[in-house]
Design a protein around this ligand. Structure first.
Ligand SMILES: C[S@@+](CC[C@H](N)C(=O)[O-])C[C@H]1O[C@@H](n2cnc3c(N)ncnc32)[C@H](O)[C@@H]1O
Length: 204
């Protein structure tokens, strides 16, 4: 797992090719579709970057807290949303103080070694209320564009894990799979699209 210094460096260099308005809006639409998120729910956006997906949820009147490993987006988020949201600087979910109905973890776990997923899932579980949802997105195993774009997105990662492989691990942590599918998501900034896998888990 890359540490805080690694991600601080990425942000200092402005290497954040994932952020794109069209792509972020598509991600938001997938979250709404998969989770039926509603204003009475409390949401955590874990590994939120500058909060460009969570902001759409805020605009729906939903309470959203944010969490990042890098202090650079954390400072930006605190200025932007500090009056309505908690913004955590955290390397692992256990460092967060809160209880949520939904945790969004978009394109984060593919940067974290599979060996750590079980522990991360248990930590997410500790942050969820009964029947809480964990919504995950990441590059799909069959994505050809990911291969072609390695130089671009893997600038931020030595390895790329595939979140489809989290399903059996999640089941041992008492999560049930609500949805699990792949879809092409455009990234206008990069002028391409990525086959992205979406997995929505519910705490049993
Ligand atoms: C590819 S970006 C995705 C950002 C955002 N979720 C999105 O989809 O637009 C990965 C993000 O995860 C953050 N990150 C990486 N490791 C993390 C960790 N262990 N805990 C929290 N955030 C982490 C990085 O700082 C980066 O902002």
């Amino acid at each position: 797992m890359q540490d805080k210094n690694f991600w601080d460096d990425i942000y200092r260099k402005g290497l954040t090719p994932w952020t794109d308005a069209k792509r972020d809006y598509c991600m938001f639409q997938q979250i709404v579709q998969d989770t039926k998120v509603a204003p009475q729910m409390k949401v955590l956006d874990y590994g939120c970057a500058e909060g460009t997906i969570g902001e759409h949820l805020l605009n729906m009147g939903i309470r959203v807290d944010f969490s990042e490993i890098s202090e650079i987006p954390v400072e930006i988020l605190r200025k932007k949303f500090g009056d309505i949201s908690k913004v955590f600087l955290a390397t692992e979910p256990k460092e967060i103080d809160g209880k949520y109905d939904l945790i969004v973890c978009c394109c984060v776990l593919h940067h974290i070694e599979k060996e750590k997923w079980y522990d991360f899932l248990l930590q997410f579980k500790g942050l969820l209320r009964g029947n809480g949802l964990l919504w995950l997105a990441g590059f799909d195993k069959n994505d050809k564009t990911t291969e072609r774009n390695q130089g671009k997105f893997l600038a931020t990662s030595d390895t790329c894990q595939f979140i489809s492989e989290i399903v059996p691990i999640a089941e041992t942590c008492e999560f049930e799979v609500i949805s699990n599918y792949a879809k092409d998501i455009p990234n206008a900034t990069l002028g391409t699209s990525f086959t992205t896998r979406f997995i929505c888990l519910r705490l049993r």
